[in-house]
Design a binder for this molecule. Structure first.
Ligand SMILES: Cc1cc2nc3c(=O)[nH]c(=O)nc-3n(C[C@H](O)[C@H](O)[C@H](O)COP(=O)(O)O)c2cc1C
Length: 202
């Protein structure tokens, strides 16, 4: 076994270990609104469930040389965002939105994604997603030794929108129909592979 103290390794190597081992990561496509009412969209794989009652999700957005990405800046300003699950059907278009555009330009136009109004937040979502979660910011935590490396956002889901095709009668979500895509290291992605069940011990 290699035993590595991250303080003695390069940032690049630590990055590769984390991104290559904490896999597969779900991908959130997040829309936010700028003060100029421009809808911003970008994918984030440092994303997960925090708790279910109330429904809360987390999103970690890295800063670039201490500067906030547009998504983070907009969440701080408006306290609202919409999370979409990235799937096999929308991943190619969503990848296009990861381009760094000037603050006042919308990635949704670039990727030809269609806006849909939200019910409980002012930020619109996109039509090309089988799952949309309207979120209100609960807490934002700047992190890193001097608190300028990244921002961890915890949001409460105030409205879910689910494609009828994935939502089964018993309330279960069909993983096969949702067909989510996950992020691995670098430019690698994965589909859901073989499904199997294991009962939990009593
Ligand atoms: C699949 C994928 C996942 C990503 N995950 C993250 C992430 O979790 N955190 C992050 O800061 N950037 C992540 N990025 C990079 C951002 O999407 C990228 O910096 C984007 O341009 C930010 O857009 P914005 O400036 O409009 O917020 C990811 C990119 C891709 C393609």
């Amino acid at each position: 076994m290699y035993s590595i103290n991250p303080k003695e390794a390069s940032e690049k190597d630590v990055n590769k270990i984390l991104k290559g081992t904490i896999i597969p990561r779900p991908i959130a496509f997040v829309t936010t609104m700028s003060e100029e009412m421009i809808v911003n969209g970008a994918p984030f794989s440092y994303f997960n469930i925090v708790t279910t009652n109330p429904p809360m999700i987390s999103l970690s957005i890295q800063r670039v040389d201490g500067e906030l990405k547009d998504t983070a800046r907009n969440i701080y300003k408006t306290n609202e965002f919409v999370v979409h699950i990235v799937d096999r059907d929308n991943v190619a278009k969503i990848n296009e939105t990861a381009a760094t555009l000037p603050y006042n330009q919308s990635e949704l136009d670039l990727a030809k994604l269609t806006q849909v109004p939200s019910e409980q937040v002012s930020v619109p979502g996109i039509k090309e997603a089988k799952v949309r979660m309207e979120c209100k910011l609960t807490k934002a935590i700047p992190l890193g030794y001097n608190e300028t490396v990244c921002d961890l956002f915890i949001g409460e889901v105030v409205q879910f929108h689910l494609d009828e095709a994935i939502y089964e009668e018993n309330g279960r979500i069909s993983a096969e129909t949702l067909n989510p895509v996950s992020r691995l290291a670098g430019a690698e992605y994965a589909n859901i592979g073989e499904l199997f069940t294991i009962e939990r011990p009593k």
